[in-house]
Design a binder for this molecule. Structure first.
Ligand code: HEM
Length: 213
């Protein structure tokens, strides 16, 4: 049966975040010196602008998560964590059924809960704090924040870059995992339209077997 799983703001936030993180990664790694695309000075300017947009988006997303109670979706759980990991390592290659049933009230599997919660409470705050310290420490005269007692930019740059590597790794793994839903495109369609057929795949197989018999 088809359910409305992802609401309007949720989808907007998801796609904006994806676009901003991708753009921040491209401009950030140009600042870092790994790639050349916009030119260094443009990259710095674009990175700062996108970072400001990201901060605004984060503020709205925090508000949305708490006012709708959707933050509870991200509470990590041990239940089914191991079967879920085993599914991605082995079961998926043998057409095993998905070990976690997706519902509107619990739409994330235990691995997603763990990873997304980690992103929300560790990696994104790390990027925001290190990015802001970077911004204001780097330009103390312009922004007049001379009181920040940070000894050198090295640690900040290292943390910010390490977080960027984590986010890029997540992004790549996420693209693969998006294709591992009930069908290759079901997760993607759900995040575009909001609607998804949440019939458990074991139920589908049973129904198919019944019709075939
Ligand atoms: C609100 C969030 C963020 C803020 C405030 C921020 C801010 C900054 C600032 C001020 C710089 C130094 C640029 C300069 O030289 O003027 C920087 C560098 C950089 N940023 Fe961000 N950034 C944020 C998010 C991100 C994200 C999400 C990524 C990647 C996915 C990223 C990747 C990088 C990289 C790789 C560098 C170069 C680091 C280095 O080589 O030292 N940033 N960021």
């Amino acid at each position: 049966m088809t359910h409305y799983v992802y609401r309007g703001f949720e989808r907007f936030w998801h796609w904006m975040q994806a676009a901003l993180v991708l753009f921040l990664a491209v401009t950030g790694f140009e600042i870092h010196g790994s790639i050349a695309f916009f030119g260094f000075e443009h990259a710095v300017r674009y990175h700062n602008t996108a970072a400001t947009a990201f901060l605004v988006l984060i503020a709205f997303a925090i508000f949305w998560h708490f006012t709708t109670g959707e933050w509870r979706q991200y509470l990590p759980t041990w239940t089914n964590l191991r079967p879920q990991a085993e599914y991605y390592l082995f079961g998926i290659f043998h057409d095993a059924p998905h070990p976690t049933r997706k519902t509107v009230l619990s739409k994330l599997n235990p691995l997603q809960r763990l990873v997304y919660a980690g992103l929300k409470v560790l990696v994104i705050p790390l990027m925001v704090v290190s990015g802001l310290v970077y911004m204001f420490y780097r330009y103390p005269q312009r922004h007049d924040v001379v009181a920040l007692n940070v000894n050198g930019l090295q640690t900040v740059a290292l943390l910010h870059t390490a977080g960027a590597f984590l986010l890029v790794s997540f992004f790549i793994a996420h693209l693969y995992l998006v294709t591992t839903g009930q069908t290759i495109t079901s997760n993607l369609k759900a995040m575009i339209t909001g609607y998804e057929d949440l019939t458990y795949d074991a139920e589908k197989k049973a129904a198919e077997a019944e019709t075939a018999a």
